[in-house]
Ligand binder design. Structure first.
Ligand SMILES: NC(=O)c1ccc[n+]([C@@H]2O[C@H](COP(=O)([O-])OP(=O)(O)OC[C@H]3O[C@@H](n4cnc5c(N)ncnc54)[C@H](O)[C@@H]3O)[C@@H](O)[C@H]2O)c1
Length: 337
């Protein structure tokens, strides 16, 4: 089978994580081009991939690839993504899909018109501990789940002039940029949300124009609850990245930073699975290639990803208006099937 020829567009921080994992898929994936307006960054990639095309403008390399991986500032996801889809390229697009509902709908429609794969790079969905926790919840291995809590505590500080420090280019604050991973996972684990609240602050993270710390509480159908605490202001942490699922017969803990999935049940503690920490982007990329080759809908497709962003936008709106958000009817049925 021929290898999928890929262009990397955006060679900044997150691209390095992707690049480190490409070798795992060398028999299915050929990195053909690296693009960055800061050409030195694209040239640095070429040092590790001899023969790589390097460009400052993505339009110069599109005719040489089948697919693109976009790792750009959020306000560029829409214009560059639309151009790549219209050029007939499959698209793996870093999260969050885009900064507005209109832009997300445009991307979904462009993928449909071009009959190309559009997948959003929610890498935590492909983390072995997170995937195993989903399987155990679906199997009711520890009874009925009634509460999932997710902590993500890190220190993330960009310079004031960086796109990620400003709300207009980031698309919001920490919750939109980073919390989108965990809203996506809470919907995946717990189903349809009914109502919820977000409280954010930039006390402790004055470098952020919007919130750098978020507390999110969600109620799902069946009375299940979801919680996310995320901060970019942690100067120390014990939990790091940690998921707790409380079920009627025990608690499942994905101690991501400790690299272990643990069951706490019947007074005993059992390690169920171990996995290296970090981002398992090789699993994410393998899924993208599967979807292209088998014409399958990605697990993290456009409509599903928009659903999570709609939750975030409704929570932001309700926070501004000092009320609980109504999260019923996220309204993406028209795109399914
Ligand atoms: N999944 C994760 O865990 C994770 C973590 C960090 C970042 N991200 C995502 O990755 C994306 C990029 O974030 P980052 O931290 O790498 O940002 P970054 O600022 O480090 O990198 C962005 C790069 O894009 C380049 N660029 C800007 N405009 C361009 C253009 N028009 N054409 C080509 N290149 C251009 C910049 O020069 C820079 O090198 C965002 O969507 C972000 O949310 C995901």
């Amino acid at each position: 089978m021929s290898r999928t020829r890929l262009a990397l567009i955006g060679c900044g921080g997150m691209s390095q994580t992707h690049l480190r994992r490409f070798h795992v898929l060398a028999d299915r994936l050929e990195l053909k081009a690296a693009v960055d307006t800061d050409i030195a960054k694209a040239q640095a990639v070429a040092q590790h991939f001899p023969g790589l095309k390097v460009a400052a403008d993505y339009r110069q390399i599109l005719d040489q690839v089948d697919a693109v991986l976009i790792v750009l500032p959020h306000h560029l996801h829409h214009p560059v993504g639309i151009a790549c889809l219209r050029a007939g390229k499959h698209l793996l697009l870093e999260k969050p899909m885009a900064n507005s509902e209109r832009e997300c709908l445009d991307l979904i429609a462009a993928a449909k018109t071009a009959d190309r794969t559009l997948m959003i790079a929610y890498c935590m969905r492909f983390h072995p501990l997170v995937v195993r926790m989903k399987e155990l919840l679906d199997q009711r291995a520890y009874g009925e789940c009634f509460q999932v809590s997710i902590w993500t505590e890190q220190h993330t500080q960009y310079p004031p002039e960086h796109w990620a420090s400003r709300a207009a280019t980031l698309g919001g604050g920490q919750f939109f940029s980073h919390g989108c991973h965990y809203i996506d996972i809470l919907l995946w684990y717990l189903g349809s949300p009914l109502r919820g609240t977000h409280l954010g602050t930039n006390t402790g993270t004055p470098w952020m124009e919007r919130e750098g710390t978020s507390n999110v509480s969600l109620e799902f159908e069946g009375g299940r609850l979801g919680y996310h605490f995320g901060t970019w202001g942690a100067r120390g942490t014990r939990l790091g990245y940690s998921f707790h699922a409380h079920c009627t017969e025990g608690m499942i803990e994905a101690a991501i930073s400790e690299k272990r999935l643990i069951a706490h049940a019947g007074g005993k503690t059992e390690v169920l699975l171990e996995a290296e920490s970090g981002k398992h982007t090789e699993n994410e990329m393998a899924h993208f290639l599967d979807c292209i080759e088998q014409k399958r809908q990605p697990l993290t497709d456009g409509p599903g990803s928009l659903q999570g962003l709609r939750v975030i936008w409704r929570l932001y709106e309700a926070e501004r208006e000092n009320r609980v958000a109504d999260l019923r009817g996220l309204g993406l049925d028209e795109y399914q099937g």
